[in-house]
Design a protein around this ligand. Structure first.
Ligand SMILES: [Zn+2]
Length: 164
């Protein structure tokens, strides 16, 4: 009897934990999932279209190692567009050196990105994704320079640069 009860409790506990872990892991993507995107592909198609690195960032909300992107040092005039769907996202005129090791901008182009709450890793952050394909780009913080005071901290591997 008590064995049975303990077994049930254990099962219950395991189920509850499993559910909460799933909820925890997916929290960051919830808002983006509710949006509809003009460019959509199946997971298998994305895997074919993107490099392994791009897929990990754009489709799995990964984060590239700091100082790993050549775009950190990109200072020419031009446009940074989504590596997933080629939508122009940022202008070089809003790029600045944040010292963080990730390409940083103080403002995206108009209608270029969407945002969602991201509570992963026990931090309340604002996730930034491409408005057209939903690809994860990075996060936005409120410690940026003037005029917006925002810092769009982007994964360079999620962006392609085109010189003006
Ligand atoms: Zn995109």
């Amino acid at each position: 009897m008590s064995m049975t009860r303990r077994k049930l409790l254990n099962l219950g506990g395991r189920t509850a934990l499993g559910l909460s872990l799933v909820g925890f892991a997916r929290q960051g993507a919830t808002a983006a999932d509710a949006e509809t995107f003009a460019v959509t592909h199946s997971d298998a198609e994305w895997r074919k279209l993107l490099t392994a690195g791009q897929y990990d960032i754009l489709r799995r909300e990964g984060t590239e190692p700091p100082f790993s992107s050549p775009l950190n040092h990109e200072k020419r005039d031009g446009i940074f567009s989504c590596a997933g769907c080629a939508l122009p996202l940022f202008s070089s005129t809003t790029k600045f050196d944040s010292g963080t090791g990730w390409p940083s901008f103080w403002r995206p182009l108009e209608n270029a990105v969407g945002e969602s709450r991201d509570n992963s890793f026990m931090m309340a952050r604002t996730e930034v994704h491409c408005r057209q394909c939903g690809g994860h780009l990075g996060h936005v913080f409120d410690d940026g320079p003037k005029p917006t005071g925002l810092r769009y901290c982007m994964n360079g591997v999620a962006l392609n640069f085109t010189q003006a």
